[in-house]
Design a protein around this ligand. Structure first.
Ligand SMILES: *Cc1c(COP(=O)(O)O)cnc(C)c1O
Length: 457
């Protein structure tokens, strides 16, 4: 018996491309792309044959190329439903935007704009002017600069004000923001030298005062937004730090993180420090994100004394970190909601925070009817997230889907994520939990469909 060359039965690329399905694919994507996909699939098959597998039918290979196209050529970033109950979920894209912010972003991106054009003078203008008036009115700042994100704002501020000089910061504030991103590392990148003072739990004003040298450029406070120091603790207040900074002729930089413009105490939460309070307390520069509690697009907002903000504007990093035109438009529209006193109704993050419990309960019960079986509605807590107000949360109603003999919570969670669009739930103690608070009511039908599909056998 002669040994037959098993690779002989592999179809050629041309043979595959002659198939109607792949011809259709070639009409949608470039021919080269489909040829590359066919080659990749044939290579996979060749490897399998090398391991002793039989050559699959040509139909199966075509099918696999088609699947490969679907999984690799579609844009990878896609919308998802956030049923986790974490309002500012960094992994799910942080703040969803208001309709008005979206319309403004579309308008700015679709055509041309006066992004860096002074319409009155008919000559070159600055992109930095567009947010200035609104932010000045909302925070009382002298001057404003918005960059790509708040980590960029910290980098720019320290690069422009403290390169090769010292910045004094409390050991209790050397935080990791998330995703392994640490404030001390950002500071090091700026070329500023970190002078750590105090201990993890207690830092006094005298610790700052004792650390000041001729090389000191600034005092910095970082809002420990994503954890809470409790028990035997002490820290210098911003007022105290401002007094010391003034006396010793240093800058005071306040990294606030969230950029909360409203009073969180109105919703039973701990008061989150606001940029306007920081300025009033005497900070020279206040930095915060655009897409946390502010509820706008990704941005790093810098407000403060004109002299300093202008120094930052002139720094080369300001160009490298500059904000995109669509985001400027979206941020301006978001700020407009605050000026119109309609933030709670219009800005999704605040609509979720202020959502009445009985409305959430009604939706949870509707979801339960779709889920059927042993699903229940239970009391729980929604989280603010985005490094704001850790541990605390808002009372909410959750749809609870316990695991069953035939189906683990992990498996059910996966099935919900396999829905199109994916529904992301929270899993706690072998129970899948879904919180209506972070789901827009217009997305309820998607959740209902995903529940029915995931729970069907
Ligand atoms: C979130 C956060 C940052 C980083 O902001 P991004 O906009 O994500 O870059 C910096 N500092 C603090 C205190 C934060 O909470």
């Amino acid at each position: 018996m002669t040994t037959r060359n098993p690779y002989r039965d592999l179809p050629s690329v041309d043979r595959l491309l002659a198939d109607e399905r792949l011809r259709a694919l070639s009409a949608k994507y470039s021919g080269d792309t489909v040829v590359a996909l066919a080659r990749e699939e044939l290579e996979t098959v060749r490897e399998a044959v090398g391991r002793g597998d039989a050559v699959p039918a040509i139909d199966a290979i075509v099918e696999a190329v088609d699947r490969r196209a679907r999984s690799t050529l579609q844009p990878s970033l896609r919308p998802a439903i956030n049923a986790t109950g974490v309002i500012i979920h960094t992994n799910l894209g942080r703040a969803p935007l208001s309709d008005e912010a979206l319309a403004a972003m579309t308008a700015a991106a679709r055509g041309y704009s006066n992004l860096e054009f002074d319409l009155e003078a008919g000559e070159r203008g600055s992109r930095h002017v567009h947010l200035e008036e609104q932010l000045r009115r909302l925070t009382g700042a002298e001057a404003v600069l918005a960059v790509n994100n708040n980590a960029g704002a910290v980098l720019l501020a320290l690069s422009a004000l403290a390169q090769m000089r010292e910045v004094i910061i409390s050991r209790g504030q050397l935080v990791e923001i998330g995703g392994g991103f640490r404030i001390p590392d950002v500071m090091a990148q700026s070329g500023a030298f970190l002078a750590e003072v105090g201990t993890t739990n207690r830092t006094y004003l005298r610790d700052y005062a004792a650390a000041i040298t001729d090389d000191t450029a600034a005092l910095m406070r970082v809002h420990t937004s994503n954890f809470k120091l409790i028990g035997f603790t002490a820290s210098a207040s911003l007022d105290e730090l401002a007094g010391l900074a003034r006396e010793r002729n240093l800058w005071l930089i306040d990294d606030l993180g969230s950029g909360c413009l409203l009073d969180t105490a109105a919703f039973g939460l701990t008061p989150e420090p606001t940029p306007q309070e920081s300025l009033a307390a005497g900070a020279d520069l206040v930095l915060f994100s655009g897409d946390k509690l502010l509820g706008g697009p990704q941005a790093g907002i810098i407000i403060g004394k004109r002299e300093i903000v202008e120094r930052l504007q002139r720094h080369p990093l300001a160009r490298a970190l500059r904000m995109d035109k669509a985001s400027i438009a979206g941020l301006a529209a978001t700020l407009d909601h605050y000026l119109r006193d309609e933030a709670l109704e219009r800005i999704p993050v605040w609509r979720m925070i202020s959502a009445p419990l009985d409305a959430i309960g009604r939706r949870a019960r509707r979801w339960r009817r779709a889920a059927g079986g042993d699903a229940t509605v239970i009391d729980g807590r929604s989280m603010i997230g985005g490094g704001s107000l850790p541990e605390e949360g808002l009372p909410t109603k959750l749809l609870a889907l316990p695991q069953t003999a035939g189906r683990s919570a992990q498996a059910l969670g996966r099935r919900l994520r396999e829905h199109d669009p994916p529904v992301v739930a929270r899993i706690e103690r072998d129970t899948v939990l879904l919180d209506p608070r972070t789901v827009h009511p217009r997305e309820d039908r998607i959740v209902l469909a995903a529940l029915r599909a995931a729970l069907a056998d």
